[in-house]
Each structure stands twice: as structure tokens, then as C-alpha cells.
Design a protein around this ligand. Structure first.
Ligand SMILES: [Cu+2]
Length: 163
């Protein structure tokens, strides 16, 4: 019990506003008629205390939720979570097959090269207002790493110099 007192005191007197950075954020483009999509990003916390992402809001969909995905009996399933914890001096990667921000009930298709406004709310009271670019999902991205390796080595020889 004794250890809890100094911590509570510290929190009450000096609320730490975590230093949070968002990298590589994107929203997955949808085909026409798709009801849902998701946003992915890396959330970096450079403070000495962990911080939680507690909610997200946007106006592109009926609701914006925090989700994770896990494999159950060989099937990928999504589940709503109350929050996502970003460790002290660490990062949390939101990526396909793992944590993501879910947009449910899209008001309109989300097209490549558009920008989605997204607000992230953190447990320390801070907010991040993001303008997230929309990108097409890379084919085979989740299937195999060898595909993405190959894309780095585009066959330059395929185009011959005519003269
Ligand atoms: Cu989801």
C-alpha cells in the first residue's frame, strides 16, 4: 500500500502529458458498397509513463471503434477493445491482423488519395488530430513476406531501350 501513495500524489499534482507521435498512419481504401474499413499506424510514446489510447472519433462512419484481431480456430476474428496501451518509451503498432481503428457504417466509399480526419483520445487527456491518407491495401501483404521483398526488386530489364 505504501508504494501507491507517492504515485497517486505525483499523478494528482503533476499530471504528465505523454509525448505521443503517430507514424505511418493510413486508412484502407474500400471498394464501393463496403460497409467498414480500418486505420493503421504506429503510436510512439516517448514519455516514462505508459499511456492508453481510449477512443477515436471520425465523421466518415456511423461509429469509430478500437479493435484488435486474433486468430481463433484458424479464423481471423475482430474484437472491440476498451483501450490500447502504449508502453513507456515504447510503441504500439496498429496493423492488419492486430490492433486497428475500425470505422463501422461508412457514410461513403473511402477512396485512394483522399484524407480522413481522425481524432485520437488518450488516457492522459491529450488528443491527436490526424489527417490520415487513404491507401489501397497491398495485394498479398498479409499472405507472404516474400512478395513485399520482391516488390523492392522491380525487374528493370523488362523494359528494353528501343534504340
Ligand atoms: Cu475491426
Amino acid at each position: 500500500m505504501k508504494k501507491l501513495i507517492p504515485l497517486a500524489f505525483a499523478l494528482a499534482t503533476a499530471p504528465a502529458i505523454a509525448d505521443i507521435h503517430i507514424d505511418n498512419a493510413y486508412v484502407r481504401a474500400t471498394p464501393p458498397g463496403a460497409p467498414n474499413t480500418a486505420a493503421f499506424m504506429t503510436i510512439k510514446n516517448t514519455e516514462n509513463e505508459s499511456v492508453k489510447l481510449i477512443s477515436a472519433t471520425s465523421d466518415i462512419a456511423r461509429s469509430t471503434e478500437l479493435h484488435t484481431a486474433l486468430k481463433q480456430d484458424g479464423v481471423m476474428k475482430m474484437r472491440k477493445v476498451d483501450d490500447m496501451s502504449i508502453p513507456a518509451n515504447g510503441e504500439l503498432e496498429l496493423k492488419p491482423g492486430s490492433y486497428h481503428v475500425m470505422f463501422i457504417g461508412l457514410n461513403q466509399p473511402v477512396k485512394e488519395d483522399e484524407t480522413v480526419m481522425l481524432m485520437l483520445n488518450f488516457s492522459d487527456g491529450s488528443k491527436k488530430h490526424l489527417e490520415v491518407p487513404v491507401k489501397k491495401p497491398m495485394p498479398g501483404m498479409q499472405m507472404s513476406h516474400s512478395h513485399s521483398d520482391m516488390s523492392k526488386h522491380k525487374p528493370m530489364k523488362a523494359k528494353e531501350h528501343g534504340h
